[in-house]
Design a protein around this ligand. Sequence first.
Ligand SMILES: NC(=O)c1ccc[n+]([C@@H]2O[C@H](COP(=O)([O-])OP(=O)(O)OC[C@H]3O[C@@H](n4cnc5c(N)ncnc54)[C@H](OP(=O)(O)O)[C@@H]3O)[C@@H](O)[C@H]2O)c1
Length: 323
Amino acid sequence: MLAAYAARTDPDDPVGALEVAERPEPGSRAGWTTVTLKAASLNHHDLWSLRGVGLPADRLPMVLGCDGAGVDEDGHEIIVHSVVASDGWSGDETLDPARSLLSELHDGTLAERVSVPRANLVPKPQAMSWETAACLPTAWLTAYRMLFTNADVAPGSTVLVQGAGGGVATALVQLGSAAGLRMWVVTRDETKADRAAEIGADRTFPSGARLPERVDAVMESVGAATWSHSVNSLNPGGTIVICGATSGDAPVKAELTKIFFRQLRVVGSTMGTREELGRLARFVTDRQIQPVVDSVRPLAQAREGFARMAGGDVFGKVVFTVG
Ligand SMILES: NC(=O)c1ccc[n+]([C@@H]2O[C@H](COP(=O)([O-])OP(=O)(O)OC[C@H]3O[C@@H](n4cnc5c(N)ncnc54)[C@H](OP(=O)(O)O)[C@@H]3O)[C@@H](O)[C@H]2O)c1
């Protein structure tokens, strides 16, 4: 079958480590099922994998991809939940210390077929397109949990999003705006600021700008480059929810004094549960949210999609059609 996979890893040239070529069909495994994919989408996680972050050499070659939607062996249209719990784990799978995402231990979704635990199948709402379904399992699920599980905000609260164009950033703005939150966005790029406003941002600001007032929560996925701004932008008692550190995880200043003196909460957030993915799918359908898609290409052209994300110029999700 055709797949996009890490043949090797390269911290400096991740796209050069990508192969788009034939791989063996997935094998069968008790409790797992094979999904024939219709669409898949890219996450920054796929670039981290190609750089060797979380993907040691002894697991190569590895089919990439955490996001996908397709048809299971019984003909049901499904969304693939990407968090694979270890055998015997019960409860919130994101808290399982031995959990993995598809493409970390087991081949991922950038392929014609993928093997997944039966428990990881989430029914796709009939009205939902394959492209929309393929956007939800990682960036959108992460944004959903950041806002609705971890941020401690309510309709009318002001929420600041660091970054505008990323998969997580666009999902945060679209979800928050649909839920009645006041969404403010900080971006490096004026054009992306305009686009953020078009998809529901109430206000946009250039990087590092002093805000007209402090916010109730900050959604952080950028890391070192924006950390001090996030801390300085928050009301006393407010919450920073952090899910990533694209620009590095060692900020020049940790801002510890401000964090304790203003009693800020710093909450780590990773993916979400299968139940949250089901609720997200329903919310997106009921509110008729169309996830912003940067571009759609056939899987055979995966390299161009990876290069686009590596160039840092995406606005929304990079989607691949399969089959
Ligand atoms: N913990 C989890 O479960 C989880 C899940 C999903 C993602 N993540 C992580 O979250 C991060 C974002 O993921 P993604 O898929 O949304 O990536 P992406 O689509 O590549 O987006 C990158 C985002 O980072 C911003 N950015 C990058 N470098 C920046 C800098 N130096 N200064 C300011 N902004 C910068 C961009 O802002 P502009 O639009 O302003 O250019 C853009 O919004 C990644 O690190 C990823 O690994 C974690």
